[in-house]
Design a protein around this ligand. Structure first.
Ligand SMILES: [Zn+2]
Length: 383
């Protein structure tokens, strides 16, 4: 039997492991795919779902059996595949029919372009009812293999996670759960311990370049784009627009303002960008803000790399990074700054005013960082 898994060379070890499990008929019934946003988790989940449900005799997915042919990506329909939808802040999924609709809406981008990192609301959560819907479906006997996808599985609070737990412990025959998350640390340990883990490493510069070329996207500044996207092909596509350069410059400026004593410059930037906002339009601004958030994350990573004596990825900014007064501070402070940044990124979707959100972040970084630092120093001193 040939299992058709299409993964880049940097993920070959993952592919080998998965194929070995499929060949020996011991593929785990609950798997969790981890890795950064846009690195290919949903793309792999979809490939696995197709393989697991295919009845082809020589190769899977065969594209010819009734199960392969029943997939309708444009409608989000597939008789053997369920997805647990996210509920965004403007959605109301109290009724089962609304949840069904939302599940279809969730499947369309997963089936048609699983690499789209902007497909789901950044603040969405998973309702306990959505988990129960899927478990009810699985309760019906069916001789054919069925697959449940749970993208962004870290968005399950305690109630939905607990509803899922018992089933994960003893997954019904012929059923498979495929969970994905970019935030493994946010997952409940009880869920983690019941899933086989598959981690997707970042793609190489060449792989991201080939991925962009396939989509007809220019690979000019590929090294910078790769650094900014943290080796994630999906993020690189998302960031390839013209706003990238502006966003990177903005991110570096924000880091420098974090280190300044006076708020005056920050306020003049704020006034200037408020003027720019009127001309740019909200969607362009939001895109720049998202890119700036990714750029900040990449720059903070570089500060950690400097601490560890590793080469930085945003080499154009190396001297400015080294000049930051907190460049030499410990990783604890940088980890805290990163956490605050993640919180900010999650607010961005709902905010009408992305700059205001950044302004709040920079002020928080500037005002609370010294205290974080001190408290850690005293903790360490006491231990
Ligand atoms: Zn098939």
């Amino acid at each position: 039997m040939e299992y058709r898994l299409d993964l880049p060379a940097s993920q070959e070890r993952v592919a080998e492991r998965l194929k070995a499990a499929l060949e020996s008929n011991s593929f785990p019934q609950a798997v969790l795919i981890t890795g950064s946003a846009g690195v290919g988790k949903r793309a792999l989940a979809m490939q696995l779902a197709r393989i697991l449900s295919c009845t082809g005799e020589k190769a899977r997915p065969c594209g010819e059996c009734p199960y392969c042919r029943a997939v309708r990506p444009e409608k989000g329909e597939s008789p053997w595949l369920w997805v647990v939808p996210l509920e965004g802040s403007s959605d109301k999924l109290e009724k089962e029919e609304d949840r069904r609709e939302q599940a279809k809406k969730t499947l369309v981008p997963i089936m048609s372009d699983p690499w789209d990192v902007g497909a789901f609301p950044e603040t969405g959560t998973i309702r306990v009812e959505s988990i129960r819907d899927v478990l009810r479906e699985l309760g019906r006997r069916d001789p054919h293999p069925r697959v449940v996808l749970i993208p962004e599985a870290d968005r399950m609070a305690a109630a939905p996670a607990n509803a899922l737990l018992k089933t994960l412990e003893e997954v019904p025959e012929n059923c498979h759960f495929v969970l994905t998350t970019a935030h493994r640390a946010d997952m409940l340990p009880t869920i983690l311990s019941r899933c086989a883990k598959i981690h997707l490493p970042e793609a190489t510069v060449g792989e991201v370049g080939a991925f962009l070329e396939k989509r007809g996207i220019s690979t000019e500044n590929l090294d910078q784009l790769w650094a900014l996207a943290g080796g994630s092909p999906g993020k690189a596509v998302f960031m390839a627009g013209e706003t990238v350069a502006e966003a990177r410059a903005l991110a570096m400026d924000l880091l420098e303002w974090t280190a300044k004593e006076s708020s005056l410059e920050l306020l003049s930037w704020w006034a200037e960008s408020a003027g720019r906002k009127k001309s740019a339009g909200a969607s362009v601004l939001r895109e720049t803000a998202r890119h700036a958030a990714s750029a900040l994350s990449s720059l903070l990573d570089d500060l950690m790399r400097l601490n560890a004596g590793l080469p930085v990825r945003n080499s154009a900014f190396e001297s400015r990074l080294r000049a930051l007064p907190f460049a030499g501070e410990g990783d604890d402070v940088l980890v805290w700054m990163h956490k605050e940044l993640l919180k900010t990124a999650r607010h961005m979707d709902n905010s009408v005013d992305p700059e205001k959100v950044f302004l709040a972040l920079v002020l928080k970084w500037r005002n609370e960082r010294p205290r974080i630092d001190l408290s850690l120093v005293s903790e360490k001193g006491g231990a």
